[in-house]
Design a protein around this ligand. Structure first.
Ligand code: SF4
Length: 190
């Protein structure tokens, strides 16, 4: 069973696009007239989603403005994933917790925007990718004083500036929201 089939049997809707431009166009059309909040994400930044969504939606993104409180009220939440297993599990790591909590509860629809570089073969390899590739790169990007920012490998640290407070595994779609996985056949984010 492939990724698409595994996500569908776990309760997700699934769409895929060859380019980030086509994926962005799909999402902007789907969100027209709605309130939308974005999670912190290099993927979403590389896609220019905030700028695109502002044309036809009310969009909140704390990377652009002080809108974390407003984001909680949005009907739609958009995030990426730190890893997506071919078996259908989605792994995310969060320091603050706003991103992972919003991916679970509180919004009518959650979109996971995922570049194909995030795909791994199974849950253990997805967990490993999130911890040893995505998190160290994000710690370095943010200039954190953590051991992984220096050598690119997770040391399971308890540093004051650790960005790995919460690690989530979406085993299946949470029951109170709609959830859509958008796969982009490009490399996006970490
Ligand atoms: S737990 Fe610490 S060392 Fe490991 S990735 Fe997170 S911040 Fe880096």
């Amino acid at each position: 069973m492939g990724l698409k089939e595994n996500l569908i049997r776990r309760g997700y809707d699934f769409v895929e696009f060859d380019t980030k431009e086509d994926a962005a166009s799909y999402l902007c059309n789907a969100c027209a007239g709605k309130t939308v909040a974005l999670g912190g994400s290099v993927t979403l930044s590389e896609m220019g989603l905030y700028e695109g969504l502002q044309k036809s939606s009310v969009c909140f993104w704390h990377w652009k403005n002080d809108s974390l409180a407003d984001a909680r009220t949005a009907s739609v939440y958009v995030t990426s994933a730190n890893a997506l297993a071919e078996t259908g599990e989605i792994v995310n790591i969060d320091g603050n917790g706003n991103r992972v909590s919003s991916s679970i509860f509180g919004h009518e629809t959650v979109y996971f925007m995922v570049g194909e570089n995030k795909i791994t073969s199974d849950l253990p390899s997805a967990w490993d990718r999130a911890r040893n590739i995505a998190a160290p790169k994000n710690a370095a990007r943010l200039g954190k004083n953590t051991p992984c920012a220096a050598d690119g490998v997770c040391h399971d640290c308890q540093s004051p500036q650790c960005i790995c407070s919460v690690i989530t595994v979406h085993r299946r779609k949470p029951s109170s929201c709609n959830a859509v996985v958008i796969l982009v056949h490009e490399s996006l984010g970490y």
